[in-house]
Design a protein around this ligand. Structure first.
Ligand SMILES: [Fe+2]
Ligand SMILES: [Fe+2]
Length: 312
């Protein structure tokens, strides 16, 4: 049945219009979109853990308030995204179960540990910075609810990036021990941050179809290059070096060249063998189980409310 419906869908995409929840979509589009949104939602929720670890140990009340706000924002991002997945017919409980059972992934960056307070700053600077590079083009994604969620999320991500950078600036003006801490954290996060853009274009199986559907607007390598070019002057202003001896400006390409990414490590972490995979999922599972009574109470309340409405 390629029919009027398929033609209407193709024309909507071709004319840069948005697909909305009640529109007919091909099965592949729905599946790809649910997978991408779910993976994104899971990343927001799991991403609360590495920094959440530092809330009780923040060095001042001001830093604690900033970090709390940031981690809460990530919870909010997860919630909008699960709601966007629901508009495609996905079931939120099922998505959470998929995450806990390891059937759906989240960004592999969150499988690395946060060893010092400088990690909070470096995550804001590099991890939220890479997320912004990935997500700004998604504000023009063809699926309306996802694109609209992304607009608000990107505004908050830019606050996250700035809070991280400001924290690092403060540490760089501090003692030598603090400066060393920032450098050491930068060394650990730089390469995993580059991996956040996914496998090289040549090995990326989903890219071509996602670009044709205008779910994705740029390839992994294009976005990675943009991130490298953006980060080099920021590192210079901060006074830290990036741990890549091959990193240099290429005047012919008008971009920075950089060294090879360790894709073996990437595959190991993505397939569940990073330093914190088991811990992240175990904590998420425990939180889900401990939250069962909240879900039950909310459902009971909703039912009671619905009954009352029928009676009045
Ligand atoms: Fe986020
Ligand atoms: Fe963020």
């Amino acid at each position: 049945m390629t029919s009027a419906l398929q033609e209407y869908f193709d024309a909507t995409i071709a004319n840069e219009q948005r697909i909305e929840p009640r529109d007919w979509v091909p099965d592949g589009y729905r599946k790809t979109m649910v997978r991408q949104i779910a993976q994104h939602a899971h990343s927001e929720i799991i991403g609360m853990q590495p920094e959440g670890n530092w809330i009780t140990r923040a060095p001042s009340l001001r830093r604690k308030a900033i970090l709390l706000a940031k981690v809460q924002d990530e919870a909010g991002h997860g919630l909008y995204l699960y709601a966007a997945a629901e508009t495609l017919g996905a079931d939120r409980t099922e998505l959470t179960e998929n995450l806990i059972a390891g059937r759906q992934k989240y960004s592999s960056i969150f499988n690395y540990p946060t060893l010092t307070y400088a990690d909070v700053g470096v995550i804001g600077w590099l991890v939220d910075g890479a997320a912004i590079c990935n997500q700004v083009p998604l504000c023009r994604s063809s699926y309306g609810p996802y694109a609209r969620a992304m607009i608000r999320i990107c505004k908050e991500e830019s606050f996250h990036q700035r809070q991280g950078y400001e924290l690092l600036m403060t540490m760089m003006r501090g003692t030598q021990a603090q400066r060393d801490m920032v450098q050491e954290a930068t060394n650990r996060w730089w390469w995993p941050a580059l991996m956040m853009f996914g496998p090289p274009d040549a090995d990326s199986t989903n890219t071509a179809q996602s670009m044709a559907w205008k779910i994705k607007r740029h390839t992994n390598d294009e976005l990675r290059q943009r991130f490298v070019d953006m980060s080099v002057p920021q590192a210079r202003a901060l006074g830290v070096s990036l741990p890549d001896p091959q990193l240099r400006w290429n005047p012919e390409r008008e971009h920075h060249d950089f060294g090879d990414i360790d894709w073996v490590e990437f595959k190991r972490v993505v397939s569940g063998h990073g330093p914190c995979n088991a811990e992240r999922v175990a904590i998420r599972k425990a939180a889900h189980e401990e939250g069962a009574w909240v879900r039950e109470a909310a459902s009971a309340y909703a039912e009671k409310h619905a009954r009352e409405e029928v009676m009045t």
